[in-house]
Design a protein around this ligand. Structure first.
Ligand code: SF4
Ligand code: SF4
Length: 163
């Protein structure tokens, strides 16, 4: 079955991805072939995400797989057409954020960083650290982190900033 191209949406994508000529993508698949995430997450495929943009498929913004990209830029170094897929994906994620389609798992992670300054739950880690003779982890002042998150437009409950 041939998938229809939404030319108006495609035009919007090209505008959104200004500075990265996705129209040069000839779907060689090099980005997916060299992607470490794609190697382990079988359903992750940067080439397909770019194809969706080229077809003007706005459902790309709802695709949680967008957020699997580790921004390692390996694909950008190898893309023969200098499309810079890593940056294209970042711009698509930014637009997803503006549209409020950030996945719950990412929201929880950001909330944890805002609350603790750490990206992983550290429950029990101080006990373990003490057991092996290490100092407890330092308490992070999250005021600056909240400020950055607000400037980045994260639509999440933020901690009260310290006066
Ligand atoms: S490597 Fe570049 S040209 Fe090839 S599919 Fe990926 S983005 Fe397109
Ligand atoms: S930047 Fe993202 S899409 Fe590109 S190789 Fe790294 S993880 Fe894969």
């Amino acid at each position: 079955m041939t998938e229809k191209i939404d030319f108006a949406a495609r035009k919007e994508f090209i505008k959104l991805l200004e500075g990265h000529d996705v129209t040069k993508c000839f779907q060689c698949g090099t980005c997916t072939a060299c992607c470490v995430v794609a190697r382990f997450a079988g359903n992750y495929n940067p080439r397909m995400i770019i194809l969706k943009a080229l077809r003007g498929s706005t459902d790309v913004f709802d695709d949680e797989r967008l957020w699997l990209c580790g921004s390692c830029h390996k694909c950008s170094e190898r893309c023969p057409e200098k499309v810079d897929p890593a940056e294209v994906l970042r711009k698509i994620r930014e637009e997803a954020l503006r549209r409020g389609t950030i996945p719950q798992a990412i929201c929880s992670k950001v909330e944890l960083i805002l609350k603790t300054g750490f990206s992983l739950e550290g429950s029990g880690s101080d006990i373990l650290r003490k057991r092996v003779g290490l100092q407890p982890l330092s308490v992070i002042d999250t005021g600056e982190i909240s400020k950055i998150a607000r400037l980045a437009g994260l639509n999440l409950p933020l901690r009260e900033e310290k006066k």
